[in-house]
Design a binder for this molecule. Sequence first.
Ligand code: PLP
Length: 407
Amino acid sequence: MNEKRFRLKGEQVSRFVYADNAATTPVSSAVIDAMMPCFTQDFGNPSSLHQAGRRAKDVLDSARASIASSLGCEPSEIYFTSCGTESDNWAIRGAASRMKKKGRTHIVTTKIEHHAVLHTCEALEREGYTVTYVGVDEYGRVDLNELRAAVSDKTALVSVMYANNEVGTIQPIREAAEIAHSVGAIMFTDAVQAVGAIEINLEELPVDMLSFSGHKLHAPKGIGALYIRRGLVIDNLIEGGGQEKRRRGGTENLPYIVGLAKALEIAVNKIKDLPRVEKMRDRLISELTKIPYSRLNGHPTERLPGNVNIGFEFIEGESMLLWLDISGICASTGSACSSASLDPSHVLLAMGVPHERAHGSLRLSISHDTTDEDIDYIIETLPPIIEKLRNMSPLWEEIVKKEAAKV
Ligand SMILES: *Cc1c(COP(=O)(O)O)cnc(C)c1O
C-alpha cells in the first residue's frame, strides 16, 4: 500500500496496515495501467466483425494466452467468468449434471471448503444428489484415507480446495486427484487462494478443473476464471451468446480480463520473492504465539506464504478486530463471508479446535506489499489489546488466580 497513514476522526493520525489480503487485495497500479486502454481505445465487443471488434478480440486472445502461459495450460482451457464463486458453481453444477447422465450422482468434497463450494453442494443435495463431506486433521489437511473410502463408481466429482482461505493450509491435491481418477470421477480444485500466491503448474497437476479469482491477486473484483482440461465436457451454467466457445454466455469483461492477466503475470514474477513474505509471516507467528494461551491454527509448514491464523483463549475475535481497527490494522476473524454470524468458523471446528479458541481466532493475511515495519507495528499493537480484553473477562480472572496459587 502506498498510503500508510490515514486520519482518524479528529486530528489523530495513525498507521494503516492492511492485513486482510485473503478477503481482497488492492488493485496494483500496473494492473490499472494495463486495463485503461480497454475502456477507451480497445472498447470494442470481441464478437463484432468490424475493426473495433477485431482489435478487442486480439486483446482478449493475448490476455487468455498470457494467463495460460502463467499457469502452464492451453489458452483454450481458460474460461472467463464473473468471479470465483461463479467458477465454483459452474464447475460443480456443470460436472454434476453432466455425470448424472452416466448414472453418477455422488459428490465428494471436504468440510473446510469455501461457502461457494459448500453451499453449492448443499443445494445439489436438495436436488437429489448425495454429497460426502470428508474431514480434515488438526492442521486442516484433508484425510486421504477418508477420501479414499468415500469415492466409488457412483462418484461424479471430487472437489478439494487447493489452499484454505481461513487457516492457509495447502492440500495434497495431487493425491486427492489420483484418488478421484482411480474411480473415474472428475477432479476439481477451488484454487482462489492459491493462484497468484504460490506456484501452480497445470502441466504437472492432474486436476480436471481449477477456479481462480482476480480480486485475491491484485486484479479487480468481478472477474474470475475456470480452467477446464481439454476434452472434458461439463454442462453450462450461464446460457447466452456464443462467447467462451458457447460455454459461458455474456460479453467478455475485457478490461478486467486484461487486468487479471497482468496481475497473474506480476504474481508469477514475484514467486521468487516469496521467501521474504514467508519470513514476515513466520516472524508474526513466532512473536504472537509467545502470548500466553495462544496457538497457531493450520499447518506449521504446508501453509500459504501470507497466512497467519492464531487462536487466543479467553477473548472474542470480534473485540480484537475492533481494537485493531482503531489502531489502523485491518484483520479478520477468519472468513469475511461468515462475519455476519457469530458461529465459530466451520473450518476451525472441522479441525477440532475447541470452541473457546475458535471464538478467539484472528487471521492476518499479508502480501508482497507488506513491510517489516508493518509487522513490527502489529507485533507491538496486538499484545496490549489482548491483555486489555482478557482483563475484562471473568474467565481470565479465574485463570490468573489459579496461576497465582500454583506459585
Ligand atoms: C474469495 C474466495 C472465493 C470466492 O471468490 P469471489 O471472486 O469473491 O467470488 C472462493 N473460494 C475461495 C477459497 C476464496 O477465498
